[in-house]
Design a protein. Structure first.
Length: 367
């Protein structure tokens, strides 16, 4: 009889934290997130422009957002926190991706709630990808707006309003519960207004303090796994003691980073070592693109009607229009010689963009 070897440990384990921060507009969610250890922002709505922080380009497609997160998962030690600001805007990119992939004009067009199932499954894969970032030793912070929704409990008479994550405008959406289950902390930020009576005996609301809530209440969603107080000032210092800034990458994350390092061009690696002694970046080095031959009649990228999401992906991965068209031709989607401007927009948005990673892989392998 064989024995299965298991590694059993006891006691607490220190690891990077998964934090969701949501609240009313303008309360300072982005500023709050900027105080986490060494943050890098994926800013989906341009809310970090007033802050001196590290940020990526604004992702214009779901595939572009995915590629950004994958790169952070292979960069252990560069940053201590990845902030996605905001997750509700990111969800819209996911919905657009699902609709384009299945050639639907809207999420309701799927029928029987199937569209929400596809979004939930895709968001589940996205959260698994964020777990790889956690394994790389980086905290992950998702900011979100708040919405008020009518809530009814099965065993109660009547209904009441409560604050929830602004994810999914329809009751069929299953994104919000998925993210709340994934998170270690769900913090709700709001103003606490005070009602005073004036000398004329009129009621007046005064500017309230900014507070955050860390435990569940009938009026809002919140949770934490650290025994935080129910209510605190909306300041990072209130939770700083439970946010690590010295987590080492797991063995799996180190292997992932090493695999990314193996993609470096040897001549670039050697040249870099001669100049600075050691290579300190995990960013893949791309081979310089060949100059475009004027006799090839390749249409310049800026002169074509390429949608911005596709153009951003092409620029990011160093892919030319001619290379994209070569894959399209090889897959029998359009005959050779068809100008890109004659491609059906539904084909571009429903095939090229959703299957971009496959296209890039095909180009690298020579179709």
């Amino acid at each position: 009889m064989g024995w299965i070897l298991m590694n059993i440990t006891t006691g607490k384990r220190k690891r990077a934290q998964k934090v969701v921060v949501y609240g009313t507009e303008g309360i300072g969610k982005t500023t709050f997130a900027s105080h986490f250890p060494s943050p890098a922002f994926i800013d989906t709505e341009g809310s970090t422009d007033h802050l001196d922080v590290a940020r990526t380009d604004k992702p214009t497609s779901w595939q572009m957002l995915i590629s950004f997160v994958k790169e952070f998962a292979t960069m252990p030690g560069f940053y201590r926190t990845l902030v996605i600001d905001t997750i509700d805007w990111a969800e819209q990119l996911c919905v657009e991706y699902i609709c384009a992939k299945h050639n639907k004009s809207g999420i309701e067009d799927f029928g029987y709630g199937n569209g929400y199932v596809f979004v939930r499954e895709e968001m589940g894969r996205f959260l698994n990808l964020l777990d790889e970032v956690i394994n790389a030793g980086m905290n992950v912070v998702l900011t979100a707006h708040a919405q008020i929704r009518k809530f009814e409990q099965p065993d109660e008479l009547g209904a009441y309003d409560r604050f929830e994550l602004k994810l999914g405008k329809k009751t069929g959406s299953q994104t919000s519960p998925l993210i709340k289950e994934w998170a270690d902390m769900v913090l709700f930020a709001n103003y606490k207004n005070e009602i005073i009576t004036t000398q004329t005996n009129k009621k007046k609301a005064t500017n309230g303090k900014r507070l955050m809530y860390a435990t569940h209440n009938p009026a809002w969603d919140a949770k934490n796994r650290h025994g935080l107080p129910d209510m605190m000032p909306f300041e990072y210092s209130q939770i700083a003691h439970v946010i690590p800034d010295d987590i080492l990458p797991t063995a799996a994350a180190q292997e992932l980073a090493q695999a990314a390092n193996n993609e470096y061009a040897p001549e670039v690696m050697n040249a870099t070592k001669e100049q600075v002694g050691e290579v300190t970046t995990t960013q893949p080095v791309r081979q310089p693109q060949e100059a475009v031959d004027a006799n090839k009649n390749e249409t310049p990228l800026v002169e074509t009607a390429i949608p911005k999401p596709l153009k951003d992906l092409m620029v990011k991965d160093g892919i030319t229009l001619e290379q994209v068209q070569s894959v399209v031709i090889a897959r029998g989607k359009y005959p050779a010689g068809t100008p890109f401007e004659n491609y059906d927009p539904e084909f571009v948005n429903g095939w090229i963009i959703p299957f971009w990673p496959n296209i890039v892989e095909a180009i690298k392998k020579g179709n």
